[in-house]
Design a binder for this molecule. Structure first.
Ligand SMILES: C[S@@+](CC[C@H](N)C(=O)[O-])C[C@H]1O[C@@H](n2cnc3c(N)ncnc32)[C@H](O)[C@@H]1O
Length: 121
């Protein structure tokens, strides 16, 4: 609820200042290394039945292009199963030279959905 209130308070002035930008993965209209941190909440992995492995991998690489670190939460599908792409994504990222690890978090919206993927360059 705190996050929602902060967002609503920030939205009008920051929209006018150009801080809110619209893009759709797997392509972001942002520059290389524009950010320290990129967050993806309830999109990648959640919709594993709708988006395939290449979409997931390309989307994560795109977030890594614009940011030093990427965090994705949760790692469950809509059926509350661990995404079938998770291990393949971690393996591909590791082979590409990124550090990828699953960490436990305090927040849990879906039952059992208390894990986050952290990827660093
Ligand atoms: C379940 S909502 C999650 C919203 C918010 N991130 C949250 O955690 O409450 C899924 C979001 O994914 C966004 N979305 C759909 N396709 C997308 C794409 N190709 N790239 C980025 N976001 C997308 C939708 O607009 C929607 O806001």
């Amino acid at each position: 609820m705190n996050a929602i209130h902060q967002f609503i308070q920030d939205y009008d002035s920051s929209k006018q200042a150009g801080r809110y930008q619209i893009s759709a993965l797997p392509t972001l209209n942002l520059g290389d290394d524009d950010f320290d941190l990129a967050l993806c909440s309830h999109f990648l992995f959640l919709y594993s039945e709708h988006y395939d492995f290449p979409f997931h991998y390309q989307s994560i690489l795109e977030m890594l292009r614009v940011s030093q670190e990427v965090r994705i939460f949760p790692l469950l599908t809509l059926m509350l199963q661990r995404s079938p792409y998770l291990e393949q994504v971690i393996q591909a990222l590791s082979q590409a030279g990124y550090q990828a690890e699953v960490t436990r978090v305090e927040y849990e919206l879906q039952k059992g959905g208390n894990e986050m993927l952290v990827i660093r360059k």
